[in-house]
Design a protein around this ligand. Structure first.
Ligand code: LRH
Ligand code: MN
Ligand code: MN
Length: 422
């Protein structure tokens, strides 16, 4: 906290100048309420993004000092949260993370102001000592014993989550097929639905189940939860605790994700997000690094749709990052992702909804574009920085992270470690 205050003091004059220009420009808007919304907004950090990632061609442990245990992962997220005030939750992946002593972990996390976000199950890899293989799918498998093993794993994950105070389960299935004829699509769907129903019935009353879809990979002919339509079908059949989860990297090229988001929200079936960015497929790049306009357009629909339904922006959907890092320090990368998400959110909050609505009703296409691009092209970074300042975090998180040589300290303390996960 001392270091943060010193850092903030050194940047305060320049920050205040930028903020007062911004406030002048947006004098017609309730900027205070926008800042408060930014303060309230929290984005969960996935435990698997804290180490250096890789591709199926290799993995380079370039950073070192990666977290060796779940406790060290919590410490890392605590550090991010101290720096940006917007990373107040961690999303665990079982069995990459094995929470042995839930009470101790809860105490450790709450000491950093962290909660446990959605729990992720893993039936896309075979686990050591498991009786059955997921080579031909898990919840869809033609063999009932394999399905049973996968169902039991998910129920186990729910139990870990209950002990940690989480309230959601994210199910992502690699299930599908690699070649035509390999799978009976209808039977695969029915098996998957039946398996999900069993998992669903083990959910506590106040829990949500997020059904994450993905167009392809690791299966390259069909995926059994392949798009938002299929996810919505499962979620609708499962019941009111089941929702669709949108991972930005899981679509076919050029998919109109903002439209998907708008319709899922309309149906009350949007559960949450995995933020990342991509140019080609499920690239898991830093949020906003490739298509910041798309990120803004998605937030524009989110804000419009959530406000239309009277939803709480911070609480009613699950906000998570799902990224991987081959060439950057993972902690710097995560700070960049959170910043990009906050900027897109701030831009969406400032869209002149009344004027946009009018332009739409008048079929004034050029005006509608002007309105959207007016906020998108405005530099709102000082608003996000102000939210950080009010949350007791750093005006410039990456500058402080570098200035304090955090990575070197982690390497000194932890050694040249590689984290578990992707
Ligand atoms: C699959 C996915 C899913 C997994 C994570 C590691 O591509 O997006 O959310 O849990 O990556
Ligand atoms: Mn994902
Ligand atoms: Mn993915």
């Amino acid at each position: 906290q001392n270091q943060i205050e010193k850092h903030n003091d050194s940047l305060l004059t320049s920050h205040q100048r930028k903020l007062s220009f911004l406030k002048e420009d947006w004098a017609h808007v309730d900027v205070e309420s926008v800042i408060q919304k930014l303060v309230d907004f929290q984005i969960a950090i996935p435990s698997w993004a804290l180490g250096t990632g890789g591709t199926r061609f290799g993995r380079f442990a370039i950073t070192g000092g990666e977290p060796r245990t779940i406790e060290e992962k919590i410490e890392d997220v605590g550090l991010l949260h101290a720096l940006n005030g917007a990373s107040g939750a961690i999303s665990l992946h079982i069995p990459w993370d094995i929470p042995q002593n839930a009470e101790e972990l809860k105490t450790l996390a709450s000491g950093y102001g962290l909660k446990f976000d959605a729990m992720n199950s893993n039936t896309f890899q075979d686990q050591a000592g498991a009786a059955h293989s997921y080579k031909f799918g898990s919840l869809q498998n033609v063999n009932k014993d394999v399905r049973k093993q996968a169902i039991e794993h998910n129920i186990e994950v729910i139990k870990h989550g209950i002990a940690l105070g989480s309230d959601a389960l994210t199910v992502w299935l690699a299930d599908g097929s690699c070649f035509p004829g390999q799978l009976n699509f209808r039977k695969a769907f029915e098996n998957t639905l039946e398996s999900l129903q069993e998992i669903y019935s083990a959910l506590p009353e106040d829990w949500k189940m997020f059904v994450e879809y993905k167009a392809f990979e690791p299966n390259f002919y069909s995926t059994t939860v392949g798009d938002w339509g299929q996810s919505l079908l499962y979620a609708s059949k499962l019941g009111k605790k089941a929702y669709t989860l949108v991972d930005l990297g899981h679509h076919l090229p050029n998919a109109n994700i903002e439209q998907i988001v708008a319709l899922l929200l309309m149906e009350g079936k949007l559960g949450g997000f995995h933020f990342n960015d991509s140019k080609y497929g499920d690239d898991d790049l830093t949020a906003g690094s490739i298509k910041p306009y798309q990120l803004f357009l998605i937030f524009n629909e989110l804000v419009e749709g959530m406000d239309a339904k009277g939803m709480n922006h911070a609480k009613d959907l699950g906000w998570m990052i799902d990224a991987s890092h081959n060439v950057k320090d993972p902690l710097e990368d995560l700070l960049q992702s959170v910043e990009a998400i906050m900027i897109a959110y701030a831009q969406a909050l400032l869209v002149d909804r009344k004027a946009l609505n009018e332009a739409q009703n008048n079929n004034d296409v050029a005006k509608a574009q002007e309105i959207l691009q007016n906020t998108f092209r405005s530099d709102l970074r000082a608003l996000v920085a102000e939210a950080r300042l009010r949350a007791g975090a750093a005006l410039s998180p990456i500058a402080l992270y570098r200035g304090l040589e955090v990575r070197n300290k982690l390497v000194n303390h932890r050694g040249n470690t590689v984290a578990t996960g992707l």
